[in-house]
Design a protein around this ligand. Structure first.
Ligand code: ZN
Length: 506
């Protein structure tokens, strides 16, 4: 076996492991860790039982030997392709890779491992870093435990450009382990496993939460695109058009560099200090290059994170970006679309297959990696029967959404309540500044109340601890209070205040 890092053992015996289910957004690594926790024995023997290789189960970002896994688990985790694209980071990196190369990578991780994968994907050269720290949200972990009986790593939170939980609009916490992943001999799981330190992503206020929520939302959508579905040349043109319409490029496409850098810095102010986003400090060098890739004969695909930051800066909604991409795919065929799971399958055929198999136009469009507008156009061309969507956001629903937002409800929860997408709610907020302000204030008060109560409860629970020790408890909320509610800290916690003094504890 050419690409295997270790010897493959044949499944001579039927596997006798007790296997948990694989949750829809759970990472494969997280599932493997749970198998280990449920069945005991050593990490290498768990890995051998699942993959026939001692360390494959410990690879936390990219997969390997998926055919062996499928064989040894009797196919109960689903198709190896779906496991690779939906439960590991491959789904996030492959849309930008040429469709043939993407297929080649998939075939290789089905039958072996690919030690040079990060180099092939351009991660090593991107200056963004390839460690892929494990990240998560404490509220999500609580919910997981209630729903499934265990907390797990959610795939969307592991995407390198995800820094906040979209569901709860709060910073993710990073499980910091100084041991590099290849040297680990066990699993880091959200609520068990190896020792780790929790680092909360330092997000500065509501505006930044908004921006990082958009980046996280776009990242998750990006990861559902078909491998090879984005062409760097088309992307470069999409960016140039958008930059031009925003006065950041001339009609001929030359970039107004100073204006671009200024706009970028202002949009992501402060984020360059967030672990994983340090590359923004080099904004002067990288960014114009990304948007200017069209000028090169061989544009480099670039790291998805760079694209996602630029897309979130230039487009107010993901659908807008997809529509701009579709529009830019020239009808003259200058740049041919490549979105498909294999080089011979054209997207419209894939789309047709999904609709015939029972998917809605919207769902078939998402599965094919195109926007719904294109899906509708194709459905008409193909003569597929569908029920046109009626206007779903009625005045009654708008009023309900408004009332809920005014009381500070979570935008995602409101979207679910009135049955529209979160993008629609975000648009409603961004088009009505008074509503947005009222919402931000209401959220601030709700958050402050929750943080105060939480911190007081923490002190009651650990009366003997110093502030320094309290701050080591995960999700203690101290920094938030220090930044946003310092007067309350000073008034209500005089003994603590005396310990910390009026200076910044950082
Ligand atoms: Zn969450």
């Amino acid at each position: 076996m050419l690409y295997c890092s270790g010897p493959i053992e044949q499944p001579s015996r039927r596997m006798s492991l007790n296997l948990p289910k694989l949750v829809a957004d759970q990472t494969l690594y997280s599932w493997c860790g749970l198998v280990h926790a449920w069945n005991g024995s050593s990490a290498t023997s768990t890995s051998r039982s699942l993959f026939g290789s001692p360390y494959t189960a410990l690879m936390h970002d990219f997969p390997g030997l998926l055919h062996h896994l499928a064989e040894r688990t009797g196919g109960q985790l689903g198709e190896p392709r779906d496991i690779a694209l939906r439960h590991t980071l491959l789904g996030y990196f492959l849309p930008l890779v040429h469709v043939d190369q993407a297929e080649n990578i998939l075939q290789r991780v089905f039958t072996g491992t690919m030690p040079e994968l990060k180099m092939k994907l351009g991660i090593a050269a991107s200056r963004i870093g390839g460690h892929h720290h494990l990240k998560g949200c404490a509220v999500c972990f609580d919910n997981d435990e209630e729903t499934h009986g265990f907390a797990y790593w959610h795939i969307d939170d592991q995407l390198p450009s995800a820094m906040v939980c979209r569901k709860h609009r709060r910073p993710l916490v990073i499980a910091w382990d100084p041991v590099t992943p290849v040297h680990r001999r066990g699993w880091l799981l959200p609520r068990s496993g190896l020792k780790r330190k929790w680092i909360e992503v330092p997000v500065l206020g509501e505006e930044q939460i908004d921006r990082l929520t958009t980046v996280a939302e776009y990242s998750a959508r990006f990861a559902t695109l078909a491998p090879g579905s984005l062409d760097s040349r088309v992307l470069a043109r999409v960016y140039q058009r958008a930059l031009h319409s925003q006065g950041l490029a001339t009609a001929k496409g030359s970039l107004r560099l100073t204006a671009l850098i200024k706009a970028t810095r202002s949009h992501f102010r402060g984020i360059e200090s967030v672990p994983g986003f340090e590359s923004l400090q080099a904004v002067t060098g990288d960014w114009p290059g990304l948007a200017g890739a069209l000028a090169r004969r061989q544009p480099r695909p670039g790291h998805p994170l760079k694209h996602l930051l630029l897309i979130s800066m230039l487009f107010e909604a993901w659908e807008e970006f997809l529509a701009a991409y579709e529009d830019t795919l020239s009808p003259s065929g200058e740049v041919a679309p490549t979105g498909a799971f294999g080089p011979q399958v054209c997207p419209i055929e894939t789309f047709r297959g999904h609709v015939i198999a029972g998917s809605s136009i919207r769902s078939a469009s998402i599965k094919t990696g195109v926007c719904t507008t294109t899906g509708l156009k194709w459905a008409k061309q193909l003569g597929l029967a569908y029920t046109p969507r009626t206007k779903v956001f009625s005045d009654e629903k708008k009023n309900l959404a408004r009332t809920e937002l005014m009381s500070g409800a979570d935008a995602g929860a409101v979207a679910v309540m009135v049955g529209v997408s979160q993008v629609t709610i975000n648009r409603m907020l961004s088009s009505d500044l008074d509503l947005k302000q009222a919402w931000c204030i209401a959220r601030f008060y709700t958050t402050r109340e929750r943080r105060r109560k939480h911190f007081q409860a923490l002190i009651r629970k650990h009366p003997q601890l110093t502030v320094k020790a309290l701050r080591k408890i995960p999700n203690n909320g101290y920094m938030w209070l220090y930044r946003h509610d310092r007067a309350w800290l000073a008034q209500n916690l005089p003994s603590l205040w005396a310990q910390i003094g009026p200076t910044n504890p950082d």
